[in-house]
Design a protein. Sequence first.
Length: 256
Amino acid sequence: MDAIVLAGGRMKAGDPAEAAPPGGLKCLQELGGKPMVQWVLDALSAASGIDRVVVVGLPADAPVSCERPLTLLPTEGDMVDSILAAGVHLSSERPDAEHALIVSGDAPLVDGPMLAWVRDQVRERGHDFNLCIVERSVMEARFPSSRRTFVRLRDTEACGGDVAAVRLSVADRGMEVARRLTRARKHPLQLAAVIGPWTLLALLLRRLTLAQAEEAMSRRLGIRMSAIVSPYAELGMDVDKPTQLAMVRKELAARA
């Protein structure tokens, strides 16, 4: 399975950083002696069953490396455009390529076994789009001060993860809806509004189950979508706030 790493986000006012990263790119800020995105690439290098890796958003001379065949592509519009550009590149080299993992470049706590576990889940399900989610109990047991945004459903309460997978042959289907979902991903009510008014009502009344949410999103996207409930809090621990940066630094220092 191939992998796409999204690394094009630039530093904004309020973003956690102790020094300006090269080119203002968030994923190039130093963590534990190397760029943040390098931790993600190291995890992909260590994950069994990973073939090619495409990083979208870094310059050609970025100081990163990977033990898998690595391609660096420039940023392409928003997150959805970047995924599509990487998918076109992968499919042009290997038309029979199936799924590709999508990993955020600002999730440095992921490791090889975690990504291999996601790969296995994707293969077993065989769905077109798979999004990792982390239940609140799992996240807060591992990172009590994570300050993630959780969506409350009838049968669970969870946050979106930083790892997903898409079938390359259907990556362009439902693109505009996917773009709106991406923009609303940290705002539960906006997210439900994109999916549809009945879903919004069900969410407000806390009657929406995870299975119903999957079905609603599948209808809106026009592809089969599923949520992978992750036992690993690290798959949902990106770096968006100063407290999260401090937590990640402490965790990486403990690993070292």
